[in-house]
Design a protein around this ligand. Sequence first.
Ligand SMILES: NC(=O)c1ccc[n+]([C@@H]2O[C@H](COP(=O)([O-])OP(=O)(O)OC[C@H]3O[C@@H](n4cnc5c(N)ncnc54)[C@H](OP(=O)(O)O)[C@@H]3O)[C@@H](O)[C@H]2O)c1
Length: 291
Amino acid sequence: MEQHGVLQQTVTLNNGVTMPLLGLGTFRLKGLENLTRAVDAALECGYRSFDTASVYRNEGDLGQALHQLLPKYGLRRSDIFITSKLSPADLGEGAGKACLRSLTELGCDYFDLYLIHWPGKQGWRSDDSRNRAAREESWKAMEDLYQSGTIKALGVSNYTETHLSQLLGSCRVPPAVLQVEFHPLLPQAALLSWCKRNGIHLQAYSSLGCGDLLEKEEVKKVANVYGCTPSQILLKWALRQGVGVIPKASAPERITENFRVWDLELTNSEAEDLNGDGTEKRYCWDPTGVA
Ligand SMILES: NC(=O)c1ccc[n+]([C@@H]2O[C@H](COP(=O)([O-])OP(=O)(O)OC[C@H]3O[C@@H](n4cnc5c(N)ncnc54)[C@H](OP(=O)(O)O)[C@@H]3O)[C@@H](O)[C@H]2O)c1
């Protein structure tokens, strides 16, 4: 991890690409007006990374908001990091075209990071054995776009260790990033250490438990000790493990609050106390049954 100016920290991915450790999540952030308000607040306080996906149906509005606002902050496309994801509907033969469609929506000519969103194809059963071949076919198309410079880094989302091992066994370009649900009630210790051993950066989604974890007494207690907010504690909990975060917020004050985490330090015991009694909870989809 390196300090990037005074604003934020970055991680160098396994192919040399630099990625901010904290970005703005945009799931359920829709409409040009809402995107513009959120992106304006984010750029102003220092965010340089934005996470979207074809299934969020907001790539066009995010692209327009960025196009309009980057000049206001003296920024260019190359100053920011944009991630998008392949829709499960396009897993398989449609992957290459789907990526190019997303780029057109965003009005960009490259992605900093492009992820396979889900290891299974939409409309197929989770245990359908064709899912594996569809993942491989998508990855090959993404590798071609990587070789041509259209995607700067490749990754996957919601992959288990099994899916990742299969991918490492067949790929030309190894994944640089795994994006998964990751928070104190789903600490994924084994997956994190597997990723670290294999040079894959783990990026957390739903770090705030979709807002639910902000109400937990353990989290509020540690926040009180530091005079900070529950959201900042949860984000720091992931960042201190070298895990990137992409909290989603709509209100400008929340977006700013979520970015002010760099000076905060948690002790090991405070971080462990947040993990509760070890009962795992998922707020999003569970990929363990996908063949
Ligand atoms: N790869 C995947 O399958 C996948 C799955 C889920 C999410 N993601 C990505 O990860 C991002 C984050 O995950 P998420 O959206 O599921 O949930 P999250 O970031 O854990 O939580 C978002 C919720 O917390 C609230 N919130 C944020 N900051 C707050 C603050 N400082 N104080 C109080 N409330 C606050 C937001 O409220 P408001 O919005 O109302 O302000 C929103 O309801 C997504 O937006 C998306 O980009 C990826």
